[in-house]
Design a protein around this ligand. Sequence first.
Ligand SMILES: C[S@@+](CC[C@H](N)C(=O)[O-])C[C@H]1O[C@@H](n2cnc3c(N)ncnc32)[C@H](O)[C@@H]1O
Length: 702
Amino acid sequence: MLTWNKIKTPLMFMYSCFFKPLGDHGANLQNRLESFYRDQANIYDASRGSLLRGRKTMLRLCSAQLKEQLAQQTGAKIKPVWIDLGGGTGWNIEQMNEWFPIDQFAKVILVDLTPSLCQVARQRFKEKGWANVTVLCQDAATFQLPDNEHGLEGTIDLVTMSYSLSMMDHFYPVVDRVQSLLSPQGIVGVVDFYVSGRSAAAAEQWSPQHNRQCNWFTRFFWNVWFDFDHINLSPGRRDYLEYRFGTIKTLNRRNHFIIPYAIQIPYYVWLGCSKARQSMMHSPVSDDNVSISSSRSSASDSSLQQGFSPTSFSLQSNPWRLDYDNALPQHTQFRSYIYAFTWEDPRVDLQHMSIGKEDILFVITSAGDNALEYAIQGQPKRIHCVDMNPCQNHLMELKLAGIASLSYHDFWRMFGQGRHSGFPRLLHEILSPHLSPYALQYWVQHTDRFASKFYKTGYSGLALTLIEWWLKMNGLLEDARKMATTSSMEEQKTIWETRVRPAIFSPMIRTAMDNPLFMWNALGVPKNQMKMFLSECTTEEYVANTLDPIAHQSLISGDQYFYYLCLMQHYHPDNCPSYLTQQGFHTLKTSGALGAFRLHTDSILNALQSLDDDYLTRLVVMDHMDWFDEAHCEELEQEVMHMARTLKKGGHVYWRSASRQPWYNTLFQKHGFSRVEGLSVRQTGTMIDRVNMYASFYRAIK
Ligand SMILES: C[S@@+](CC[C@H](N)C(=O)[O-])C[C@H]1O[C@@H](n2cnc3c(N)ncnc32)[C@H](O)[C@@H]1O
């Protein structure tokens, strides 16, 4: 008996889906559906758990988006109205109660054409005592709201369809109906199986995608397979949905339902909204008087004029991320961020930059730590963060979203301790409304990054892993820990001189240091940069000039979060970047400083080209100019020319270099800067900042 109960559900499911003759019902859709579902109505929920994946994700994202929008709304309407089309047994509605209590909806309407499933739904809601939930047994294409609900047309806050759009014979009128029901701020949530077209490129313009494309076998096989059950996966439905609505979030996933990892059924989770919403979300950038030349063409142009971009970026709750073409090879080459933390000291920058509320900054994103520092200390009007690697901007978005929406405690666990087991929940339920579709896709695929040690992820994480491995191999782990935690400068110095330094300058490591391949592959030092410092000193001298002063003068457990992180792989509340302190976090959250950020996923040159003349006041380009080859410096020369063009008179450019006297300094004089000055140039035994990795820090003034 026990065994029968166990196998009854899968057997019934298999019989109903694969073997049971459906009979000929002609054009009568309701009879066909009823004949398909009648015998399985009572086992429907138990048999669909692993087949209909992504329903919870869709509901959680919708509930987060809805909550966020309601929180923004001031005025009378508090309780939203939700319609679930093709809602079947009402499983979605019961699930939603976990994230958005059903009694907090003014009304929930389930529409489904199959009488036996509607019966299960009615029974479910009766048992729950939800008097605000109505079941309509009608066709989603033509259904009529009850007489007393006609006023709801055009006011619905949420419409969902889970695995039902692909079953609806007439999908055009259904999608059109959704549009007429939806309020201008309303959300549509869909989860369903799909196959892409031969090329998903056409759809990309409506909804930027990752992992959307299916191979020919998948396209053919699943289309035919599902067709037996009158389920239509062809791309037209999804494309029409995306054509009619603006995309807020989109995920392309694979369900390994039948044979784990061998067979993958493509499904998508998609959140959309009325395209009319574009003009309401963000006003154009008139707030900062950014004037972008119409002749300048770059992804950032249109996006700077938020509200008018045809792509989904303009529909997001936050204007941070600017549109870019995710499919370009220069972006797809990056699978991860390089830097999980920023390896330059912003304190020294700030001593010279004197940022005020009228300043407009242009900085390299990296991990975003320094841009956040500038925002805390100077609260400038605008900070353009630029990075060619989309993942660096995904990371920066996550930080901005975290500051905007999380408690300090959760934020600290993520980026201070680098570990938060609840990250997947935070991502779906709190952070998602604040993330662009690209960033959400990225983090949904990388939720494991916060499972143990975030700072061991990315390429900088590889470097930390390598350091840890090397310390272990040399029996120095305990010494390193002591160096990072001792409050005695003397003890730190002694450990350095007697234990760590001799191991670093061992004959084997010295040999490795002279090998450019090792320097690039293990330490990420580019060839051109290495060439620059080798003309002034040996690698060994360079490393000694970097590390000796730190070990002798900068207490790692004190005000030295850079090396503390390298040795401990997490921060300490008293030894961390300002954005991770309670005060810094609070300033960013409450002062409006987050509104200054605009993230460009582009090269520095392209991003500069998209900006108008005499616009910026401060540029910080880190050590990026060291990467250019002196013999082929046309692009760098272009960059410097555009720096001069986009900077206001009196504006500054800041850079660091591995060379004391970088060859490219002369380009600034050549292209209209009045002065180039060395703000600090490292001598043996001196520190130019708390990282001390570079030999010089320069400024050019226009
Ligand atoms: C695979 S089930 C999904 C049910 C439910 N949304 C879920 O996620 O469990 C598809 C549902 O769509 C309903 N359906 C199909 N065509 C429909 C139509 N034209 N109008 C209303 N419901 C329809 C079916 O009755 C069925 O309940």
